[in-house]
Design a protein around this ligand. Sequence first.
Ligand code: BGC
Length: 248
Amino acid sequence: MAVMGIDIGGSGIKGVPVDIETGEFAGERYRLPTPEKAKPDDVAKTVAKVLKHFEWAGLAGAGFPAAIRNGTALTAANIHQTWIGTNVEKLFGEATGCPFYVLNDADAAGIAEMRFGVGRERQKGVVIMITIGTGLGTALFVDGKLVPNTELGHIEIRGKDGEKRASDGARQKKNMSWEEWGGKFNEYLSRMEALFWPDLFILGGGISKNADQFMPYLKLRTEVVTARLLNQAGIIGAALYADMCSRA
Ligand code: BGC
């Protein structure tokens, strides 16, 4: 069965129907630029255009860059402040006419990676997936079960929000070398390690394809691997989540 998966990002809104049995895309991924300022109504219109592109009228899920409880956004770290308190499921559902389920973007990526990626064989113990992008997103799994909405990218390091020092956004903004960024990211991961002692860290997000540039600077006692699904994970996880919710 195919379910529409959508990934809402700072620069692009991407979607494609996903075969939820195999995790494969059932078509070509379609991407539209995120509207300027990314206010709720404009984003909803763009999501509707993505569904229209596929002439989609069925079940849909979206990963969204905020803590989401019962479909409502609770935070707005890198998005417009008017999202706080917005029922994103209702907004997207009304804009598209489709049953819509929405979850945090890193949770979506984590769900996909645990089902179809490197986490597949790691269903025991504590696994933390970190998506490295404009911000730092986190997904925490205990014996394969998600603890939703961990906002661990905001752990304070040297008096600053962790993601302001160690995200890919910070690396690009400050034009850091891999060595410099690797050191900062290592400090972030070391703090996470000292607080959670997980069995495994999975690193996702676009930057994970540059892993050989920064892995040498990571000095941890915890195993660290890169995600297998790269930038597909968010879309696949959103579709899986919608499927799970629709059956609950
Ligand atoms: C947000 C998280 C999100 C992450 C990645 C952070 O700034 O607080 O909710 O998962 O960025 O997009």
